[in-house]
Design a protein around this ligand. Sequence first.
Ligand code: TNX
Length: 494
Amino acid sequence: MPHRRLAALMTASALATSCAPSSPESAGPALVPVPASLRVTEGSFTLASDARIGVRSAEGAPVAEELARLLRRSTGYALPVVREPAEITLEVSGDQELGREGYTLDVTPGGVRLAAGTAEGVFRGVQTLRQLLPAAIESPAPQPGPWTIGGVSIQDRPRFSYRGVMLDVARHFFTVEQVKRYIDLAASYKVNVLHLHLTDDQGWRIEIRSWPELAGDDSYTQDDYREIVRYAAERFVTVVPEIDTPGHTNAALAAYAELNCDGVAREPYEGTEVGFSSLCVDKEVTYRFLDDVVREVAALTPGPYLNLGGDEAHSTDPEDYEKFVARAQQIVDTHGKRLMGWAEITSGSVAQHWNPREPDRARAAVARGAKLVMSPADHAYLDMKYTDSTEYGLDWAGLVEVSDSYEWDPATVVEGVGEQDILGVEAPLWTETLATSGALEFMAYPRLPGIAEIGWSPAAARSWEGYRARLAAHGPRWSARSVTFYRSPEIPWN
Ligand code: TNX
């Protein structure tokens, strides 16, 4: 009776799977990124209509106000912020034990207590608290509740200090409001860097007062850029501005004839080819230009990094490229910033690994003392198509389904590059094929949260099976926030 035996065996193994001691994450709530440590505890807490949010320190007050604003919209409760312990208490302890971004979060029948060394840590913990509440908490208008959270005790801190997203506002321009929404969504997943790709062949998107012809109609004024920086800072997100050089510069070469070696202005460009433009490395005006741009952008940017691109300079002679990068490094130093660039740059303080075919460049950057940000295109590029039939995107690095974007580790993706060489991860979104917020979101969700988890969570706490189950619970949260997302068949959406 072979069939009966087979059936019996299958039942046994099915039982074995469902009754096996569950991994820590499958027992708990559907948090992304999964916390470093989580214990489910007795009982539950229900937010009542007369609840208050308590915060003693002035430093934590803005975070408490932000939390109150968010919870008021969907609960309709008054939720006053008070300067004493309350049903939800936020505490900035000054204690650095869990680092700048770490926090503890305890939910008991008596209330919620969220504590961290810094306001930034409390803000990261607030993102966890949001995810512990029912998905309707993300609604822009009052919902019925009840607002119940199961008991839990969480201790959490990030694996890497740099967890970025990059947005290309050069190929297609996105308004300040669109960028704010992108920041808001990413910050929910504990992303702490927004790398803005501000210039490329197709457009120069930031006002430079000393070179007024660079930026056209679709661009940020300096005040617009300041507003993005301010909004990001409120969410403890650092802006890294990128002025791509010496290639990807057709927009500058079209605006100013003198930047070209032949003194002839280039035609504006709307195509999607790369590698055809270059600043003129032997002309002194090139460095006056660069110095002016770096000075103005550095003055608007509180963060430590200034990114000068350096990628795909196929029209710059290799010796010239070296010369250019050396001068660029000096200029960035002079203006008090740290040079960041794509892996081609190999010098500078931070290099970004992107091309899976060029692991040598990542190793060379490390050999020259740089730290790496890992953005391997075959995993981390949000502009790669999910499948052959994805409406938007490119496929030069392959098709990148949700599992492909999740199943990799920064410390093993480039042989010879380990944990100590890595500053963090970043998910770039190039916009050759993307012109609307809906298109951006469709490509970023659900892959962006996975990259954020890779940057935040300990490698040992992550697994694809656990992740896909947790991610499923985020669909209703995105729906409540009107996020356009890809309903990947790999995820058991609930
Ligand atoms: C490569 S990644 C580029 C970009 C393109 C992108 C498209 C990198 C440093 N350069 O210019 O937009 O591929 O995926």
